[in-house]
Design a protein around this ligand. Structure first.
Ligand SMILES: Cc1cc2nc3c(=O)[nH]c(=O)nc-3n(C[C@H](O)[C@H](O)[C@H](O)COP(=O)(O)O)c2cc1C
Length: 204
């Protein structure tokens, strides 16, 4: 049975475009592959703490008695285990201030772990998560395509391509809804286009 990890990071709850798209992606994959084992994580309802120095020291085996640090370490290990177990990751990622929400950065800080998702060898860094398929639903208020005046401010998709590429993911798909803040018509058009792309996704 394939395992799917579904993660959302928008703070806008039911008004969120990326949540609507990530849910549609999971629904599409569920229909195409009935026995999917799905785990859901909402990074705004149960946020992960920012990485702490004590956490890093504890993760390297130091005995730290502070219950808060132990809890942080346990949360970190759960998030990493969920990711490692997943065959497919569906990630909702809105653009906030030109990049990912800080809640999502806190999650990335828990899954980019040397020896688990990448390692350093003679040739430099090598990704260890190449067995996974990652589908990212992104929503942006404006436009950042080639030639747009704000093109150079695009640090959402480019950043996530870098992150997942670094850990070896090659099956990386993006579904995007752009210009969400331009107006209701553009929002409708962007969401409809993204949902069409969802309908064309290959099965799990
Ligand atoms: C705090 C905040 C910051 C934002 N920053 C940007 C930005 O830098 N560039 C942009 O194009 N849109 C920006 N937007 C608009 C969002 O990208 C857009 O509304 C998108 O739909 C958000 O995804 P969501 O609906 O899933 O939350 C921002 C929205 C919020 C709430």
């Amino acid at each position: 049975m394939k395992k799917l990890l579904h993660i959302d990071s928008s703070v806008l709850g039911p008004h969120s475009v990326s949540r609507q798209l990530s849910a549609a992606i999971v629904d599409r994959l569920r229909r195409a592959t009935p026995n999917l084992d799905i785990t859901y994580r909402d990074l705004t309802l149960t946020p992960l703490a920012h990485l702490s120095g004590a956490n890093l020291v504890a993760a390297q085996g130091a005995s730290i008695k502070d219950p808060a640090v132990q809890q942080e370490l346990a949360n970190s290990q759960t998030a990493l285990a969920e990711f490692l177990a997943a065959d497919i990751l569906v990630l909702g990622a809105p653009m906030y201030n030109f990049t990912i929400p800080s809640q999502l950065k806190a999650w990335i800080d828990r899954i980019l772990v040397a020896g688990k998702t990448f390692k350093y060898g003679a040739q430099g860094a090598e990704g260890l998560a190449g067995d996974k398929r990652v589908i990212v639903a992104i929503s942006r208020g404006g436009f950042y395509g080639p030639g747009a005046p704000t093109e150079a401010l695009e640090h959402l998709e480019t950043y996530l391509r870098g992150v997942f590429g670094f850990i070896g993911v090659t099956q990386l798909e993006f579904i995007s809804a752009d210009g969400i803040q331009i107006g209701p018509e553009q929002r409708e058009r962007a969401v409809a286009g993204a949902l069409q792309a969802v309908a064309n996704l290959r099965a799990a």
